[in-house]
Structures are given as C-alpha cells and as structure tokens.
Design a protein around this ligand. Structure first.
Ligand code: ADP
Length: 735
C-alpha cells in the first residue's frame, strides 16, 4: 500500500498524493483530488468525487506526489468496476481531443455500459408441451428449437424467425418464461476449429498479411471484388493473431447493417463459439458483460459496429474494418467521429495490424494505398466459377414508362420489365433496388402546393402506406395521413410524389401478379432475427422479386438471384454532399454485385437519366479506376479530403436572432492562418430541426495543418452563450 503523505527529511513541506481525475461531466479539464489514506488508487480506476455539491463518477488518468499549498477535496469512494486498461484510457483521451469534445463527455460515452447493474438473472423461453392454436412453419421451428431455455433474441435467431413469433407463442402458453442458468464462463474462440481452404490467390494474400502482422503496427488495404474471399482471408489472419499471442485481442468492425446472422454464423463456424457481438440492438446486461470481459482481457474476439472501437481493450493485436468505405462508420449524432480513421490511430497505439477490406475503397484509403502509406493487397477474381454480372445502362429519357398516360405512376422501364419476365421464366430471382424507404418521399397538396413536413423541421415527411402514416426520417415524428390539407383545408387534395420501395412493390404486383414479391428495408426487417428470417426465405426461393433498400445491398449471397434492377441510379447523386458521387458508385457497385454470385451468370440494369455521368460510365464499363481518377481530380482541385482536411462547426439555438448575432460575432474572431480557410456562417443544410435553428461554418485546411488546434484556438477567443449549442464535426460527411 502506498503511503499517502510523506515528510521530506530536510524540509517541513508535506507531499500529497494527488489524483488527476476526469469527471464524467462536460468539464474542460481533469481535476485534482487528494487520495485518502489507505485507498489504493491506480491509473484507470473508477472513482466517485465531489464536484460542487454533487457526487460524480470519474476516471483516474494520472497520479502525482506533490507539494500543494491549499487543501484538495478527497476522493470519496472507489466503485467496484474493472479498471480501464491504460492503452484504452490513452486512446479515449486522444479521441476526445481529436473530436474536440470535453474529455468527461467522451469518457462518459465510453463508460455507458457500466450504468446498469450486473445482471443476476436472465430470462429465457422454453417449450411447455402445450399445442399452439395455429401452426405455421415458423412456429414449428421455434417449438423444435426451444427444448432448452434460450434468450428471446437467441431463440428467434436460431429458429430463423422474428421475435414476434416467439412472444406470440409465449402469450398462448406454448412457451414459458424461465430464469436462464447463470453462466459467466466465456467460451474461447478456437483458431484451429475450422480453417479455410484458401485458393491460390487467397493464400498469396494471406501470406502477405502474415508478413504485415510481423511488423507490429501495419495498416493494410485488402482490396477485392465482392465474392473474392476477403472475409475468408481476414478470418485466417484473425486466427493467426489469436494463435500467436494468447494475450492479444481482435476486433472485427462491420457496418451495423451487415451484423446479420449470416456473418455471425460464419464466425461461429470458423471459431467454434458464439463470438461476442456489440451493436445497437444488444441488451443492457450483455453490454455490461462484454465491457467487463474486454476490460479484463477475458474476451479476445469482438465483432461489432463502430462503437465497438471504444470498448476497453487491454491490447489489440488486429482490427479488421470490413466494408471500410461504408458511411455507417461515420457517427453523425452526439460525438461525431469516423470509426475507420480512429481505428487506425488505435492500431498505431497498440502496435497492431489494421486490415481495411472493401471492393470499393474510400478515396481516402485508396489514396493512402497509392501513396504507400498503407500496404495494398489485392484479390482480383471471384472465388470459384462465379463471374461479375453484365451491367447495362437504360437511358430513361427514352425509356421511362409512358409519360402522360394512365401509367404515369410507374417507374420500371419496358427493358427492365422484359428482363424481369425472362428471369422469372427461368425460375430465377430478381432484386429491384431503390434506396428509399416507404411509399413516397413527398406528399404535397395539389390545391395549394404545400409540402408536408414535420413541425418546426425543414425536411419532408415520407409516406408509409403499410402503416398509413407520414414519417419524418430525421426526427422520428409521425402522423396519420390527413384527409384534409392542414394548410388550405382542401379535401382529398394530398398527392404522393415519387416512389419508395412500397410503391415499387405496388407496381410489381400489378405487372407480375403471379410473382411472389416482398420489400426488404429497415421497416420490414427491423431486427436481426426478422432479417435472418427474410434472408432464409429468399434463399429458399419463397420469394421471386425482392424490392430492397440498402438494407439488402451487401453481405448476402443469393445463388439463384441473377437479375438486379436499379430503379433510380441517379438518386444518390442529388444533394450537396462532397461524397455523393463516391457513395453512389460504391452503393450501386455493391447492389449490382448481388447478381450472379454462384455458377449462374448475372445481369444488372441501371435506370438513369444521366447515362453520360462518370459514375454511370464507370459502372457500365466496370472501370473502377476511371471513376476514382475522375473523383480524385475534382477533390484535389478543390483541396477537399483526402487532399485537404475539413471540419464543420454547427451552431444551434431556438432563438434565431441570438443565433444570427453570435454567428456573425464568431466570424469576427476567425484566426488568420496560412493554409486554413473558413467559409460561413451559412444556413446549415437542415436549417431548422425540431424548432432549433442551425448555422454552419466550414473549415478547410491543407493536409499538414493542425485543424483541431485551429478550431480550439478560435473557439477560445469568444464566450458562447449557454443557449447556443455547438457541434464540432471533424471530417464531416454531410454538410
Ligand atoms: P468477400 O468477403 O470478398 O465478399 P467472401 O469471403 O464472403 O468474399 O466469399 C464469397 C463466397 O465464396 C462465400 O460464400 C465464401 O464462403 C465462398 N468462398 C470464398 N473463398 C472460399 C474458399 N477458399 N473455399 C470455399 N469457399 C470460399
């Protein structure tokens, strides 16, 4: 035990052991507290300290023995939570700084899992022997599966049904709720459980990865078309790391949408155990269990969405970022960060390898590979006999379905329709892709022209006909579709404008009445279990035509799916987003890649009004390099990422006058710095959200400039009124 105070022999000065504590509150700096006699404190420990009149939690980030000339408040207590490993603590503090966030706010987010008590009992379902009133295939599978008690999500996933089927059976008494046996053993992944048999090009890629692994910190771009076996290859590297160092941990990051049963099943098949998973839909008690397991080093393999990067790893040996280009790695609420960029820093800190896998890398990553900052490993061909689909453009200027006729409300061209017929005749499956949820993206009044929007928000309401509601996808606001225009009171004057997936379903049902068609979007498959259930039905060929948003664009292999129709290829190109073209290219490449994943040849048809656009040309000619060259050039000319750096500052307030005044004032304090330009203040793209007005500044800096330093320096020059909220977004995506 460390003595808390000491007297130096030759002086009367008293030395006190002081702890630097980041309290979990928006305080700009760490605070000093005295460590009381007899309390054993180390860096990374959780503590409770006084702050004003309140008691707050905090983390110890430093300890010094120093002479102080005023009394410090003491640490009050030390909660019984596993300490944060030093590597992770340093990473969190660094990330707080990088994202221009007060450290307490940032750490609070990282420690959220500890807010719930440790679960003592977990409830599950088991069959009772009572017969259900009504039997379906799905119900049958649940009853067959529930021999032993299983958690709700687990059971639904294992049976391949949505959770509703399970709770429905419980209501009827066919299943009962029981306490699950408490089990805190953590099954360890076995790197040799089921090694892959790699083909020669995959083996070559794997060997290159092994050489990288030996280097310690090593960023790698694993670049290969969909289906080339990138996953197979990186799973072998995961096994290598687990095998080589019994203390190393591995993190596999996936886009939230890709965390499906298919992927989890694949991990289980490879490593022989359920791998710890971390994403938005896991329960609180699992959250706490995983957090503690990672902090103590007992959990060695985690698969998760972006926030899994902030688990308290002791030491990471490998981070995989699958689909590294995916925009879901960018956190757009609360603390804004890009998980890929931060993962590379974390890997550097831990001396780990970081593998970024993609068929359509981000321009940032590709540029890093070209400049040899990252090692570039390629997989050129699809595995086995599968080939890339033929891709054709349909010029909608010539082929849009009959303008001005009664079928004006249709969106599928004659060419696409004919191809769907052919495919159905061959008893193969079709995917129609439209990245728009609901029935229509806009509802307007044909009497007065009013566009329906959420209260105090300048974003349109989307019509969802399946639920009969108008929904704001931004704020979550929803209302019944009114009969009367709320603006001019005209009756039956509201018309739906443009298509969403539900409307395409309507068109498909009228054109192909005998085909079994279904929508695959986050509305029809809200959770992992229902998504697994739908995927299974597509695999079983219970569905002929899938009408899908991006929820289905990636990750799945449907061997009998041979035609992909892109309903509106131009959709993503609209809107003033720096990455609009890149994102459209990536998404459409992924979507068209769904066709012909096995022996049967596939075809993709893209409906577009701009067939001459570089994105469409690159897709049609399968010429990725041409697209990146074009995109890179336009970004370089503007000095935008990856050739420069960006930050967005968004100011938000209820009081529009106050906001305008403060924005103009802030503009007066812009530091004059070489190589950094500030644009604004301007209205933010969403200038009004939930009654909050928003102004925006955009900061563009040359690559070698200290962007965060500039922002901090600028913001420190003037005090911001409390009524104005500030959001700092480093490397913003939408602005
Ligand atoms: P990617 O991650 O590049 O899209 P995957 O690793 O998912 O590619 O591979 C695509 C499909 O091919 C998967 O179904 C996978 O199981 C199969 N596959 C790839 N490589 C092999 C291999 N060496 N042996 C057996 N199956 C393979």
């Amino acid at each position: 035990m460390t003595p808390v105070t000491e007297y130096l022999a030759d002086s009367r000065e008293k030395l006190t052991l002081t702890a630097k504590v980041v309290v979990l509150a928006p305080v700009p700096e760490a605070l000093d507290y005295a460590v009381p006699d007899g309390m054993d404190i180390a860096i990374g420990d959780h503590v409770v300290v006084p702050l004003g009149h309140a008691k707050v939690r905090g983390l110890v980030i430093g300890l010094i023995r120093e002479a102080i000339d005023f009394p410090l408040k003491p640490i009050l207590s030390k909660p019984d939570d596993p300490p944060v490993p030093e590597n992770s603590l340093h990473f969190w503090l660094w990330a707080a700084n990088w994202t221009v966030t007060p450290p307490g706010t940032f750490l609070n987010g990282c420690l959220r899992a500890l807010k719930v008590a440790r679960a003592q009992v977990r409830l599950g379902y088991v069959r009772t022997g009572i017969e259900p009133a009504r039997i379906t295939k799905a119900r049958e599978r649940v009853i067959e599966t529930a021999i032993l008690p299983m958690g709700l999500g687990e059971l639904a996933l294992a049976a391949g049904v949505s959770e509703g089927v399970v709770t429905g059976l419980a209501k009827e008494g066919v299943l009962e709720k029981v306490a699950l046996p408490f089990d805190d053993r953590i099954p360890q992944p076995d790197p040799d459980f089921a090694p892959a048999r790699l083909n020669p090009s995959q083996s070559a890629a794997h060997q290159l990865l092994q050489m990288e692994m030996a280097k310690g910190f090593a960023p790698v771009l694993l670049d290969g078309v969909t289906g080339s076996g990138k996953t197979e290859v990186y799973l072998e590297s995961v096994a290598d790391v687990l095998r080589a160092d019994p203390a190393a941990q591995v993190l596999i990051l996936l886009p939230e949408i890709a965390l499906t049963q298919a992927v989890l099943g694949r991990l289980k098949a490879r490593f022989g155990v359920e791998v710890a998973q971390w994403h938005a839909n896991i329960g609180n008690s699992s959250r706490r269990r995983i957090w503690e397991g990672v902090a103590t080093g007992k959990i060695r393999l985690v698969v998760g969405a972006r926030s899994a990067l902030f688990l308290p790893y002791v030491r990471l040996g490998l981070i995989v970022i699958d689909e590294e280009h995916d925009s879901s790695y960018k956190q757009e609420e609360g603390v804004r960060y890009h998980a890929r960029d931060l993962a590379v820093f974390r890997a550097r800190m831990d001396g780990a390898m970081v593998v970024m896998a993609s068929a359509t890398p981000s321009l940032e990553t590709l540029t890093n590979a070209e400049k040899e900052r990252y090692t570039w490993i390629r997989l050129e061909k699809r595995h086995g006999t599968a080939v890339l689909p033929d891709i054709e453009l349909i010029d909608m200027k010539a082929h849009a379905p009959g303008k001005g006729q009664k079928n004006e409300q249709m969106w599928l061209s004659d060419i696409l329709v004919a191809e769907v017929w052919e495919t159905l005749k061959r008893r193969e499956q079709v995917l129609l892709f439209l990245n728009r949820r609901g029935y229509a993206p806009l509802v307007l009044c044909k009497a007065c022209g009013e566009k329906m929007s959420a209260p105090n928000t300048d974003s349109w309401l989307v019509e969802h006909r399946s639920s009969g509601r108008l929904v704001c996808h931004l704020t979550g606001f929803s209302m019944r579709k009114p009969k009367i225009c709320p603006h001019c009171k005209a009756v039956d004057s509201l018309v739906s404008v443009g298509p969403g997936v539900e409307r395409i379903l309507e068109e498909v049902q009228s054109r192909f009445p005998d085909a079994r068609a279904e929508v695959f979007s986050s509305d029809t498959v809200p959770d992992a279990a229902s998504s697994a259930a739908l995927i299974r039905r597509i695999e079983d060929h219970d569905i002929d035509i899938v009408i899908a948003t991006q929820a289905a664009a990636k990750g799945h292999n449907f061997p009998n799916l041979t035609l992909v129709g892109i309903v509106d290829a131009d959709l993503g190109l609209k809107g003033g987003d720096l990455r609009a073209a890149e994102r459209t290219f990536q998404l459409l490449q992924q979507a068209t890649g769904r066709a012909g994943r096995s022996v049967k040849p596939g075809k993709a048809l893209l409906q577009t009004y701009t067939p001459e656009h570089p994105v469409m040309q690159a897709l049609a000619h399968q010429d990725r390099e041409a697209f990146y060259a074009y995109e890179g050039m336009s970004r370089e000319m503007a000095g935008f990422p990856p050739y420069g750096r960006l930050a967005a500052l968004i100011l938000q307030a209820k009081d529009q006058k106050l906001l305008d005044r403060f924005s103009r004032e802030l503009a007066l304090f812009i530091p004059n710095t070489d190589g950094i330009d500030v644009y604004g203040p301007a209205d933010a793209p969403l200038a009004l959200v939930r009654g909050q007005w928003r102004k925006r500044f955009l900061v563009r800096a040359d690559r070698n400039r200290d962007l965060q330093g500039f922002v901090n320096h600028w913001l420190a020059a003037i005090k911001r009124p409390n009524a104005i909220r500030l959001i700092v977004d480093i490397e913003p995506y939408s602005f």
